[in-house]
Design a protein around this ligand. Sequence first.
Ligand SMILES: NC(=O)c1ccc[n+]([C@@H]2O[C@H](COP(=O)([O-])OP(=O)(O)OC[C@H]3O[C@@H](n4cnc5c(N)ncnc54)[C@H](O)[C@@H]3O)[C@@H](O)[C@H]2O)c1
Length: 260
Amino acid sequence: MTLSGKVAVVTGAAGGIGRATARLLAERGAAVVAADRNPSVAETAELIRQAGGRVEAVVADCASDDGAQRITDQAIAAFGRLDILHANAGVSGPLIPDLATDSKDFAEILRINLIGPWLAITTALPHMQAGASIVCTASAAGLRAGAGGIPYSASKAGVINMVQTVAAALTGRGIRINAVAPGLIETPMTAPLYDAARRRGRGDRIGQLNPLQRGGEADEVAEAVAFLASDAASYINGQVLVIDGGLSSSLPFAPRPAGQ
Ligand SMILES: NC(=O)c1ccc[n+]([C@@H]2O[C@H](COP(=O)([O-])OP(=O)(O)OC[C@H]3O[C@@H](n4cnc5c(N)ncnc54)[C@H](O)[C@@H]3O)[C@@H](O)[C@H]2O)c1
């Protein structure tokens, strides 16, 4: 699964899943452009440099035309090519479905979570050759209700369909596009939820609804992204890889305690 000689752009790389992916892609040999609107993306770049990787940090709004173009331009200026895109930046918005959601708030979540990956894809594609790979971060919330607010879930369902439709639009070009759909992963995005559970002494309840009975780690998503980005996944295209401990694989049921 070596990525040596490849150049990767990772958006939303200041922390969480994006930081974990940027570090892993660099560890596997890719030169990485780590992008985020949060200036602490520089810390991600520093971690990669300290580990001997090649990296450029870009502070930009990935969901603006100008920001998306700047990120792609930086990859070409710094490393001369673009082989891997992990379109990952996103926001959660309210976690509870709220029928009174304001249309402006709804539109902003769609802008970042859906138009953002679209701009990352469309600015990257002119520089990509056959063999290139795009991975978008969707969510288990994009598959079913129960894992996020209404705009968030709709945006992630949109990402999944966009991945399928773009795969079709790329027919004949040899460029693959897939999505990862994480379940509950401990990152800055979910920190309030983890913190609240731990404050109430219920940290051990986190992730209990999935058969692995635990929450996931950003590194576990990064491994899947690195696989899909690599030539090892050369015949996997237009798919959604769900990384949720098995949560979405089952209808709800009341599990028996072990041994009964
Ligand atoms: N943590 C989970 O449980 C979980 C589950 C499913 C999907 N996801 C998705 O994974 C992705 C990464 O989230 P995370 O959990 O690592 O949380 P995170 O908050 O650590 O990462 C999201 C990053 O995106 C950046 N970002 C947001 N809007 C941006 C914009 N307009 N321009 C540039 N950067 C922007 C943020 O600054 C942040 O660094 C998101 O798309 C999220 O929806 C997360």
